[in-house]
Design a protein. Structure first.
Length: 94
């Protein structure tokens, strides 16, 4: 099922420090019309990064068979993959 929209997920960088995950979207028929969707996941939401001192990297989002969207990411110096869930690709993940 096509949503009719492409999304890009990335880490917001400020002052050479990785911050939160943000999303951008564009209609598939007009790739010149990008829209900033805002912060979709704050790095302090991860229970292992509550103080925000670790860097998140390599975000990827997949739609599950249940229709929800799953954000997968790495966390600095952790040997596991973090995951957060949301009802829409550009919504706020928990």
């Amino acid at each position: 099922m096509s949503l009719g929209t492409d999304y890009i997920f990335m880490v917001l960088m400020t002052s050479l420090m990785a911050k939160d995950y943000v999303a951008w979207s564009t209609p598939v028929d007009n790739l010149a019309d990008w829209r900033y969707e805002g912060v979709i996941y704050k790095k302090t939401q991860d229970i292992d990064n509550a103080n925000g001192d670790k860097v998140m990297y390599a975000p990827d989002v997949a739609r599950g068979v249940d229709g929800k969207y799953y954000l997968y990411y790495g966390l600095e110096n952790d040997n596991k993959i973090g995951v957060a869930v949301c009802d829409s690709p550009a919504g706020e993940y928990h």
